[in-house]
Design a protein around this ligand. Structure first.
Ligand code: FMN
Length: 278
């Protein structure tokens, strides 16, 4: 598990962040957990983020480190207003810590709600980042909506099992959609965050950066902790901004299951980690 997750406590998260930042990487921290079913759990998750942000800022790790937040962990599935209030508190704490928040995107039944909450949060916290998933048929149009000045948008392929009515099913269609979406974001006025480990898409990202004259402070690459670390270091060496998505916490099951579904080769590392009970 430790290959993909920093550990269970905030101290583990801070230690791993410090190491990544020392290697020239930016970081986005994710307190693992999703589909919270009680207001108490949602509030506890919010408080965990507030503590984390205070500790990051105290350790001098902001603005290199920001946080990624799942609205479902803040109560979205049973009380949208509660999720919004919790997210707003996290955004305010991030402002105070001198850093930003990105709202992870979950399954397609939550997309409209998440984008609505994003729009409300951006009124007071304009740097709040969105995530758009290239596998959804709607996403190219969402990219156009969100490509305005100052808009931080993470583009990923998408990690949930989605029906054909809303999502492209073949890898080729998803890749083609990713490139169309990337073109919209990289030619737009916002701040694109290209989240992928796919060598072809990274090469196209580098090409578009040259084509649209985007210097390393005007877009970034993002990858998950423990996946293609040598490629993350290579891109840093090339002068690009690269952000590692660093999950930590007890609730790693859903996160790891999505990683295994994407890439069965990850199973080997996972199996080894379980055998050695780390
Ligand atoms: N998938 C989602 O569905 N929602 C997310 O919010 C999300 N955030 C991600 C953040 C980063 C930095 C990366 C690298 C991936 C993220 N993913 C997310 C997972 C991707 O959608 C995708 O499943 C994974 O990166 C494998 O695809 P790849 O071949 O492009 O790397």
């Amino acid at each position: 598990v430790r290959r993909f997750v920093a550990g269970s406590g905030t101290d583990d998260a801070l230690r791993a962040t410090r190491e990544l930042v020392a290697d020239g990487l930016a970081v986005t921290l994710d307190n693992l957990g999703e589909d919270t079913v009680t207001a108490e759990q949602a509030t506890a998750t919010r408080d965990e983020y507030l503590t984390l942000l205070r500790m990051l800022s105290g350790a001098g790790l902001t603005p290199a480190a920001e946080v990624s937040v799942k609205l479902s962990a803040l109560g979205q599935k049973f009380d949208e207003q509660l999720a919004y209030d919790n997210a707003r508190a996290i955004c305010a704490a991030a402002d105070e810590a001198g850093t930003t928040v990105t709202l992870d995107m979950e399954d397609h039944t939550t997309t409209d709600s998440t984008l609505d909450i994003l729009a409300k949060l951006r009124k007071d916290h304009p740097s709040t980042g969105a995530v758009l998933q290239a596998y959804l048929r709607r996403t190219e149009s969402d990219c156009r909506e969100l490509a305005g000045a100052g808009s931080r948008v993470r583009l990923c392929k998408g990690a949930y099992k989605e029906p054909e009515s809303v999502a492209y099913q073949s890898a080729r269609e998803v890749d083609k959609s990713y490139v169309r979406c990337m073109n919209v974001l990289m030619s737009g006025a916002g701040y694109p965050m290209l989240a992928t480990h796919d060598p072809r898409l990274i090469a196209i990202g580098e090409d578009r950066a040259r084509w649209f004259d985007r210097s390393p402070d005007r877009f970034e690459f993002q990858m998950l902790y423990g996946i293609r670390p040598e490629e993350q270091t290579r891109l840093v060496g090339e002068g690009y901004t690269v952000r590692t998505y660093l999950p930590y916490g007890e609730d790693w099951y859903g996160y790891l299951m999505r990683r295994l579904a994407e890439r069965p080769a990850n199973l080997m590392f996972f199996g080894r980690a379980l055998m050695s009970r780390t």
